[in-house]
Ligand binder design. Structure first.
Ligand SMILES: Nc1ncnc2c1ncn2[C@@H]1O[C@H](COP(=O)(O)OP(=O)(O)OP(=O)(O)O)[C@@H](O)[C@H]1O
Length: 297
């Protein structure tokens, strides 16, 4: 079931077309990454689906219904880092957040601090926290009221590798606990590690969306090597069905249309033609490689 359906959203700022008719669906339970180079429209998209900004046209629905204040209670969000009080503890900061937003109750504060693994440090001043802990507190604030959905804009921005890893683990943990997470990011390696689905934007246009596997696998690539690489390359150019053969570092990549490569047939073909393969594997594309292919960036 789709938790969010976005249909043909358009938004301009003066002469700038930030979104040029973007549509995609976010499946329930997914960790959905919205990716794109700087200025591609990620923040504009998140601001519209959170009702912070009005679209010029198009629509979106949460749980199959148009946005409403009641539905909004099921969505926690983190668009900008909240202004926490430096001299107050996590607990007291969240009490203030709670009294302003009316989300959750004071009793829920301990629970959200446990979820983001700040419970042990709940009484320490905010000023003593690492950047990663500060970001986890911001996510705790978004979790008040136990929303089914979390919308996060660049949740690892400005963090060091340890902070990034903490947020990654937290997102995976929250997903396991049943939250659907929608996050904008430009850290492709991180997205590949945490996201189940992605939408890729380029200058306001959706380039592709779907499960990470669907987006990554646009063709099959078999990676092979043998003692005589020149001879192998000449032979592979004659194998039925291949669309491209090229040398990549120490191996040869043989491309086939999606879903058609059969490694055992490649092996048999080489063997029948007098070549014993030293290596044979299906090559999986990295999200980074696919992203650059799709956005030409
Ligand atoms: N308030 C605004 N006024 C004018 N132009 C804007 C405004 N906000 C965004 N834009 C422009 O709209 C386009 C999309 O911006 P947006 O911030 O949505 O992209 P983004 O993908 O989130 O970028 P980044 O990764 O740099 O945060 C950009 O060209 C940006 O300059």
């Amino acid at each position: 079931m789709s938790i969010l359906q976005v249909q043909d959203l358009k938004k301009t700022y003066g002469k700038i077309q930030a979104l040029k008719g973007v549509s995609f669906d976010v499946p329930e339970g997914s960790v959905f990454g919205i990716l794109g180079p700087n200025g591609s429209g990620k923040t504009t998209m998140l601001s519209i689906i959170l009702d912070v900004l009005n679209a010029d046209s198009g629509n979106y629905s949460w749980f199959g219904k148009p946005a409403s204040p009641d539905l909004r209670k099921h969505i926690g969000s983190l668009l900008e880092t909240p202004n926490f009080y430096h001299y107050l503890s996590a607990v007291n900061n969240l009490k203030i957040t709670n009294s302003i937003s009316g989300r959750g109750d004071v009793a829920a504060i301990d629970a959200v601090l446990q979820k983001v693994k700040l419970y042990e440090r709940r009484k320490s001043r905010f000023s003593t926290y690492s950047l990663g802990m500060k970001q986890r507190l911001a996510i705790a604030a978004a979790l008040l009221g136990d929303p089914k959905i979390l919308v996060l804009d660049e949740p690892t921005n400005g963090l060091d590798p340890v902070g990034i890893m903490e947020i990654r683990e937290l997102i995976i943990e929250l997903s396991k606990k049943g939250h659907t997470i929608i996050m904008a990011s430009h850290l492709l390696d991180e997205v590949e590690k945490v996201c189940t689905h992605v939408a890729i934007l380029k200058t306001g246009t959706l380039v592709t969306s779907g499960s990470v596997d669907e987006v990554l696998i646009d063709e099959d690539v078999v990676e092979v090597s043998a003692s005589d690489m020149q001879q192998l390359q000449s032979l592979l150019l004659t194998i039925p069905g291949q669309t491209k053969v090229h040398m990549a570092e120490q191996t040869l990549h043989v491309h086939f249309p999606k879903g058609t490569a059969k490694p055992e047939e490649v092996n048999q073909f080489c063997f029948n033609n007098g070549i014993t393969l030293q290596q044979l594997s299906i090559k999986k594309k990295r999200l980074e490689e696919r992203f650059f292919e799709l956005t030409n960036n």
